[in-house]
Structure formats: structure tokens, C-alpha cells
Design a protein around this ligand. Structure first.
Ligand code: C2E
Ligand code: CA
Ligand code: CA
Length: 688
């Protein structure tokens, strides 16, 4: 730039500074009125030069800043230049934030006015204010916040907020310049780290939860959200990381999962755990070329003990059993309380059956010591079913089902033994599964019928009938109830089946009475006393069909008293109060205790046909039959001898003092129409 060498040049030089200055440039007189203003100044206040010149600066300044502006103006007039910020309102009404420089104008040693220069800072100030708010929020946030430099290797941190310091125990000085990797430790999930690394490399957002370590070495669960921060050119310059300590939540979840998957009494994993871990346990074993043996362990006779000695003792027995089983099982076994008094042990091992047999024996040995509770000693045993898988089945719970079936077999053999699952068992179970589905269909398609087997007296006249269910199977014809009643009792299907029987029997009672048959017996299942609103149903039917007293008799087996005998007796009393009779079926085969007979609300005893069958050849059968007959007489109960197949049996029984009979010798169970024919024939026979 050339030096101004004349007055004219100097004048032009300063004029350019004024005219072409990108900042607003203006001069005020000592009164504060505009003498001149350049184009930038006019643009800033959105006015023409003539609208401003002659005006006082106060017309632009917002009232709040007026006082301060005036003191700056006066200080300038006093000879001190001033730099300050002021807010003005331009002629469009917009508030602008200006950065102002005031310099006194000195002519011949005298201050004649104020020179001003102003720059619009509105944008910067707004941004700064926003940043300040942001920064304060970040500082105040309860989430840990970190900012890392995205352009340096290792992404060193340039900022951590106080919450980060609080959560991790590291202070800003520890962390600035460091990588967040310092928070990782031995148990930090590799996959979480990989997902973070991958996100950072690809400048993508990442959200993950991982175990992090504090400065003192303790760990916490970090729910981490990382986002890239881009500049105006869309270049990623930083990463921001926001972390939340979710340890409490995770701990709570862990407690809940533990509680849901463990049994509080024994502390063992429960059935839910088994169902969700079985697959994994199998996989682990198969990976090591082992198979998995399942031992299904069920205590023998636990239920009556639990009922009679109290649940506290029952709980104690179960807890002790768990400890004994744990002691007997090899390392690597998963022991589960499957439910009630059932335990499942999963033992990974070789295909060597002998080794498993030894373990099963060891388990049975655990019960040789009695269980103690105060002064009561109880000896128990267990039944064990064993099954094995070598390769992943479609449904791993099948393993447990098979062990359960084998256990059932061990129970049938009297308990205190173990049984392996085998193909014959499997076929039987398959058959049962099919039968169960067909039974369901039989109910909905009305494939059941009632047959009636007459009971007779010493005069050979029919005194009543027993209603026996018949299933007309679409392919197999009539199927014996002996095949499906026990199954339906296990599946619970007996309840709807029995309900059907009751309805049908009540509905037919009148028809039978017209034939001269004044008593109809129906068979009830023990399950009905424990699961069903039996008394109410009988009461409703009794009202609906208004039967005479003694017209209906319910047959129950002794097993019904095995569970909660008091409640069963209560129900039987109510049934008798409605005018119905109660008979004990298959007497002598079940849980026979002569002393309990004394207090039973029972009208009739049906001597089981196995005794009747042996009566002519076996002295013991004959003795039992005579004993039963005399006991019944003493207690004022009537008796029916079942399964009378020969005249010889009938004569001998009559000789023993029997008065009621039932059996093929007299008649099989007949459909209603045949029964009518049978009875009419009898009547004409006796007339003849
Ligand atoms: P149960 O109650 O002991 O019924 C008597 C069974 O003995 C009947 O077999 C009957 O046909 C058979 N029987 C009768 N007289 C003789 C005989 O002289 N010799 C031989 N060997 N057997 C004879 P069924 O009808 O096959 O019934 C078998 C069992 O099924 C019944 O034994 C009963 O426990 C059950 N059952 C039958 N119907 C029902 C029912 O409606 N409800 C329930 N809960 N169970 C039923
Ligand atoms: Ca019966
Ligand atoms: Ca019977």
C-alpha cells in the first residue's frame, strides 16, 4: 500500500475505511446524534442513511441497555475509548447483539464527537448461549457423558462430565487424553466390545450394555450409547458417549430370574430352569462326546406322610432329600426339584449303563437313614426312572418324559427300585397318547353308553343294577373300561366322563324302576372327591330327577381314603344325607384297615371278585370272604359278592351267609334293551 502523500490522498484513504468497511462505522456528535453512518451501518439497522442521520443513538438501543450505553458514551467523550456490547432494535424490530468500539473524535485537541464501529454478534451470542445451556445440562446430567476425539488414534477423551467421574471413580484429569478402554476388564463381554469397535470404525451409532470396571476395581453394568458428532463438512470430528449405570436393574433382573428358576425350599433349580437349560446341558455333553442320563426320582409314599405329619415336616424331608441327593450325585450333575416330591438329576456320562445303575443304587441308599423331626422318625424310599440321549432330539423334554415313564414303572413294581426306559414302555406310552386323544373325541362325539349288570339275591331275583360304562370305539368296537378308566384318571379326563355317566344313570333311573329295578349303582373315581364339586353335582341331579331314597348307590374304592380322608368322609355323609347309598367296591384289594370301617359312612361292601374266584379252591380266600361277611353283619352293612361265575360259588357264598351277588353266572352287563328282555324273561320264568 502506498503512503498517502497529500491531504487529498489522506482524505480518500479514510473515506474508503469508512465507506467500504464491512463493519458498521458511524460518527456521533457530542449530543449523541448521528452525523454520518456507512452503508454497512444502514444495512445493520435496516434503514436509509437519511432516516438515521440527525437521530439520537438512544432510538436504537433497547431500554435495558440505555443507561450503560450512555455511560460508555460519556466515558468516550471524556477521552477514553470504549469496547462494549449492546442490544439494539433495528427498524424491522429485530433485536441485534452488537460488539461496539467507541473512540473519541479529537479535532485540534478538543473532543468534538464519538466515532463508532459496530459488528453484529447476534449469531455468535445465540450459539454461545445454546452451548452454555448444553454444557450446563451435560454437567448436571445424572448420566455419564464423555467426548472423544474421533480423529486421533485410540479416540482419546477430551471431556468427561461429573456424573462420569461419580460413576467410574476416575476424575477428569485421569481420563482426558485416555481411551475409554480403561473401563474394560476381564468379564467385559467380547461381543459388546466388538460391537463398539465396529460402530466407531464405521462412524455409526452404537447402543450396548456391558460390564465396566471402576477405578477401584469394582464393576458396574453400563448401558452405553455412542454417537458420532459431525462438523459442517459432515466430517466426524468427535464421538459422544452417554452411559447409565444399570447395575441395580441388572441385579434385580438377576434376582427375579433366580427366584423364578429356583425352588425356595431346597434352593435347587426348578422345572422352569430345567426346561430352559436342558437343551444347553445336552449340547455341552455332546460336545464332549458324552451322553446325558436323566434320573427321575420320586419319593414313595410321601403324600400320606405330608398329610398326616404336617407340611413343616414334609418340607423338612424334601430339603433333607435335596441335600442327600446332592451328596450322592457325581460332580457335573444338574439336580432339579421338578415339583412336589419329584427330583430330576441330569448326569452327563459315557454310555456305560453299569455306572448309572451304581449311581441309582447310591441314591436309593441315601434313604436307608430315617428322616428325623424332633422325636419322629420316618423312613422313606424312592422310585427312579432312567432315560438317556446321545444326540440332540427335536424335543429335549422327551428325555424327562421318558424318565418319568420309567419311574412310573418302578412305582408299579412297588417303589424302592430303578427302571430304565425301554421301547416296550415307549410303545405303551404311544398307545396311551393315542388313546387319550381318542377319548377326548369320544366325549365330544357321544361314543359312550351305559350297560347294566344285574345284582341278585338268594331267590335269584334282580335287586339292582350296576351301571358300567361302554365305549363304542369307531374302529375297535366296545373297549373295556379297564383299558381307559385308569388312563383317564391319570389325565383327569375321568371328570367329564364321570359326569356323563352320572347324568345318564340319573336319567335312566325311572325307566329301571318301571322294570322293577329299584337300585342303580354308579362307580365314582377318587379324583372326583379331590378335584370336583361332586356333592353339588349329585344334589343338582337328585333335584332334577327326584329319586327315591336308596334308588341310587355310589361305589367307591378304598383308595379314595388315601388322600384327605376327613374331607372324603364329610362328602360321603352329605351324599348319604341326600338319600343315596355308599358302597365300597373291590373290598379287600386296597388300603384295608378294619378299624377304619367302623367310622365309615358306608351301607354296602362289595367283596372283590379275586376272593370269590378262589373261594372254592383256596382256604385263605374262603376265610377272608367269611370274615368280611361276618364283619359286615356286625356293622349292619349289606354285602354283594362280585364275580360269581359258577353255581358252586353261589352255593358256597350262600352257605357262608351271603345275601347279595353279581356275576356272569347270573348275567353280564347288558344294554338297556337286553336288560329289559332279561328281566321280563325272569319274571315269566318265575311265573312259570
Ligand atoms: P368294577 O366296578 O369292579 O365293575 C365290575 C367289573 O367286573 C365289570 O367290568 C364287570 O363286567 C366285571 N364282572 C362282573 N361280573 C363278572 C364275573 O363274573 N367275572 C368276571 N371276570 N368279571 C365280572 P367292566 O365293566 O369291564 O369294568 C371294569 C372296571 O371299570 C370297573 O370295575 C370299574 O372299576 C371301572 N368302571 C366301569 N364303569 C365305570 C364308570 O362308569 N365310572 C368309573 N369311575 N369306573 C367305571
Ligand atoms: Ca363297581
Ligand atoms: Ca368291583
Amino acid at each position: 500500500m502506498s503512503q498517502p502523500d497529500s491531504h487529498e490522498d489522506t482524505e480518500q484513504h479514510y473515506r474508503s475505511l469508512f465507506t467500504y468497511n464491512p463493519d458498521a462505522v458511524f460518527t456521533l456528535n457530542t449530543a449523541g446524534e448521528f452525523l454520518q453512518i456507512n452503508q454497512s451501518g444502514c444495512d445493520l439497522v435496516s434503514a436509509k442513511e437519511e432516516e438515521i442521520v440527525g437521530q439520537h443513538y438512544a432510538m436504537l438501543v433497547v431500554p435495558e441497555d440505555l443507561e450503560r450505553t450512555r455511560s460508555h458514551f460519556e466515558a468516550t467523550l471524556a477521552g477514553n475509548h470504549q469496547r462494549y456490547e449492546v442490544r439494539i432494535r433495528n427498524l424491522h424490530g429485530e433485536i441485534l447483539q452488537l460488539d461496539v468500539l467507541n473512540i473519541p473524535v479529537i479535532v485540534n485537541g478538543r473532543i468534538t464527537g464519538v466515532h463508532g464501529q459496530a459488528r453484529d454478534r447476534t449469531r455468535e451470542r445465540q450459539t454461545e448461549a445454546r452451548l452454555r445451556i448444553l454444557e450446563r445440562s451435560v454437567e448436571a446430567s445424572s448420566n455419564g457423558v464423555v467426548i472423544a476425539d474421533a480423529q486421533l488414534s485410540g479416540y482419546p477423551l477430551i471431556y468427561v462430565n461429573p456424573a462420569f467421574e461419580r460413576i467410574t471413580g476416575y476424575c477428569a484429569d485421569d481420563m482426558i487424553g485416555q481411551s475409554c478402554r480403561i473401563l474394560q476388564g476381564p468379564d467385559t463381554s467380547e461381543s459388546a466390545i466388538a460391537s463398539i469397535r465396529e460402530g466407531l470404525e464405521n462412524m455409526r451409532e452404537v447402543h450396548t450394555s456391558l460390564l465396566n470396571y471402576r477405578k477401584d476395581g469394582s464393576c458396574f453394568w453400563n448401558d452405553l450409547y455412542i454417537a458420532p458428532v459431525r462438523d459442517d463438512d459432515d466430517e466426524v470430528t468427535h464421538f459422544i458417549g452417554i452411559q447409565t449405570d444399570i447395575s441395580d436393574r441388572i441385579r434385580q433382573e438377576e434376582v427375579l430370574t433366580f427366584q423364578a428358576s429356583h425352588d425356595s425350599l431346597t434352593g435347587l433349580p426348578n422345572r422352569i430352569y430345567l426346561e430352559s437349560h436342558l437343551q444347553g446341558i445336552c449340547h455341552q455333553a455332546f460336545d464332549r462326546q458324552l451322553c446325558v442320563h436323566a434320573l427321575f426320582i420320586d419319593l414313595d409314599g410321601f403324600k400320606p406322610i405330608n398329610d398326616s405329619l404336617g407340611h413343616a415336616f414334609g418340607d423338612e424331608i424334601l430339603a433333607q432329600t435335596a441335600r442327600r441327593l446332592e451328596a450322592a450325585l457325581p460332580a457335573g450333575t444338574t439336580l432339579v426339584r421338578f415339583g412336589g416330591d419329584e427330583f430330576v438329576a441330569l448326569v452327563p456320562g459315557s454310555t456305560d449303563r453299569q455306572a448309572i445303575n451304581t449311581i441309582a443304587d447310591l441314591i436309593l441308599d441315601q434313604f436307608s437313614q430315617p428322616f428325623l423331626n424332633e422325636d419322629v422318625e420316618i423312613t422313606l424310599s424312592a422310585a427312579i426312572g432312567i432315560s438317556t440321549v446321545k444326540a440332540m432330539p427335536d424335543n429335549s423334554m422327551l428325555l424327562i418324559q421318558q424318565a418319568d415313564m420309567a419311574m412310573y414303572e418302578a412305582k408299579k413294581l412297588g417303589g424302592n427300585n430303578w427302571q430304565w426306559f425301554n421301547r416296550t414302555l415307549d410303545r405303551r406310552v404311544q398307545h396311551e397318547v393315542a388313546l387319550r386323544q381318542q377319548l377326548q373325541r369320544a366325549l365330544s362325539r357321544d361314543q359312550f353308553e351305559l350297560f347294566y349288570q344285574p345284582m341278585f339275591n338268594n331267590d335269584l331275583s334282580t335287586v339292582g343294577v350296576e351301571a358300567l360304562i361302554r365305549w363304542q370305539h369307531p374302529d375297535r368296537g366296545y373297549i373295556s373300561p379297564a383299558e381307559y378308566i385308569p388312563l383317564s384318571e391319570r389325565t383327569g379326563q375321568i371328570l367329564p366322563i364321570s359326569e356323563w355317566v352320572m347324568h345318564e344313570a340319573f336319567a335312566r333311573a325311572e325307566e329301571l324302576a318301571e322294570l322293577g329295578v329299584n337300585s342303580i349303582s354308579i362307580n365314582l373315581s377318587p379324583l372326583q372327591f379331590h378335584r370336583h364339586n361332586l356333592v353339588n353335582l349329585l344334589a343338582r341331579l337328585n333335584d332334577q330327577y327326584s329319586l327315591r331314597p336308596g334308588q341310587l348307590c355310589v361305589e367307591i374304592t378304598e383308595n379314595v381314603f388315601l388322600n384327605d380322608p376327613k374331607d372324603v368322609i364329610r362328602q360321603l355323609r352329605e351324599i348319604r344325607n341326600m338319600g343315596m347309598e355308599v358302597a365300597i367296591d373291590d373290598f379287600g384289594t386296597g388300603f384295608s384297615s378294619l378299624s377304619y370301617m367302623r367310622d365309615m359312612p358306608v351301607d354296602k361292601i362289595k367283596i372283590d371278585r379275586t376272593f370269590v374266584n378262589g373261594i372254592t379252591s383256596n382256604d385263605r380266600d374262603a376265610a377272608i370272604t367269611r370274615g368280611t361277611l361276618s364283619m359286615a353283619r356286625e356293622l349292619g352293612m349289606s354285602v354283594v359278592a362280585e364275580g360269581v361265575e359258577t353255581e358252586e360259588q353261589f352255593r358256597l357264598l350262600r352257605q357262608f351267609g351271603c345275601t347279595g351277588y353279581q356275576g356272569f353266572w347270573y348275567s353280564r352287563a347288558l344294554p338297556m334293551a337286553d336288560l329289559q328282555t332279561f328281566i321280563r324273561a325272569l319274571e315269566s320264568g318265575s311265573r312259570a
